[in-house]
Design a protein around this ligand. Structure first.
Ligand SMILES: C[S@@+](CC[C@H](N)C(=O)[O-])C[C@H]1O[C@@H](n2cnc3c(N)ncnc32)[C@H](O)[C@@H]1O
Length: 236
């Protein structure tokens, strides 16, 4: 297995705190891994851009930015913001990233993504990029909310990342896992965190609440509120 950079932040639960459910914005590591590259002459494709948080964060540094997302509402919000900011080198398209040829968007030399990743996306990026071009992304790690007993189908383990990159023709430059783990003093603190974060309803509906309760009742006192793989790789 390749060498992975590992970071774990452990902190105590603070009464009344609200977690940010599944939709955290682009983090410092992802932005650093992208900004470490010269961007001014690149066309960057942001896959699963949503309403453009990562796209807008990079817009002033990049030659050109293209954001794609399959959600019409998200793309409409992104377009309105780009128009309000008068960004003419930023475009957004409503497209399915797992069912298109990225070359149809024109020449692209960097593919980025924040929390929208699959083997199909890595494969399509590999097919569209030229040797020396880059992919940089953050994706959910298998440990995200692992105490609920359920794993997101979008989550990656280290081995899965390495296999997907290699099969798509990439060589890794940086591989990392970043975890943030909440320490809970009592069972009630765990349930209060879910309630205050507005996650109880969703978790009750999909079985995660029951799984987390079982974990707490058996003495578990942690909650992995964030676990991400951070990847930068170069097309061979
Ligand atoms: C967790 S959100 C992240 C949004 C954005 N990257 C950000 O940092 O705010 C995941 C996004 O991926 C999009 N998405 C998921 N699968 C997709 C696909 N196959 N093609 C295009 N967009 C997709 C969703 O519509 C959603 O906007």
């Amino acid at each position: 297995m390749a060498e992975w950079n590992r970071h774990r932040i452990e902190r105590l639960y603070r009464a009344g705190e609200k977690g940010e459910a599944d939709h955290a914005g682009p983090g410092a590591t992802l932005l650093r891994l992208i900004r470490d590259e010269p961007l001014h002459d690149r066309t960057i494709l942001d896959v699963g851009c949503g309403s453009g948080r990562l796209t807008f964060a990079l817009a002033k540094d990049a030659g050109r930015m293209i954001g794609i997302d399959r959600s019409h509402e998200a793309i409409e919000r992104a377009r309105q913001r780009a128009a309000a900011l008068r960004l003419d080198r930023v475009t957004f398209h409503c497209l399915d990233a797992e069912a298109m040829n990225y070359r149809d968007l024109g020449p692209i030399s960097l593919v980025v993504a924040n929390l929208c990743m699959s083997n199909e996306i890595i494969r399509r990026a590999g097919a569209a990029l030229s040797p020396g071009d880059l992919i940089v992304f953050a994706a959910f790690h298998l440990d995200q909310w692992k105490e609920s007993g359920r794993v997101s189908r979008y989550a990656y383990g280290e081995g899965q990342v390495e296999t997907a990159l290699s099969e798509a023709g990439f060589k890794q430059i940086y591989l990392g896992v970043e975890r943030e783990v909440l320490s809970l003093a009592t069972l009630d603190e765990g349930l209060s965190y879910l309630e205050a974060s507005g996650m109880s309803g969703k978790w009750k509906a999909d079985g995660r609440w029951e799984g987390f309760l079982t974990y707490l009742q058996s003495g578990g006192r942690e909650l992995t509120v964030s676990a991400r793989v951070m990847v930068k790789a170069r097309r061979r």
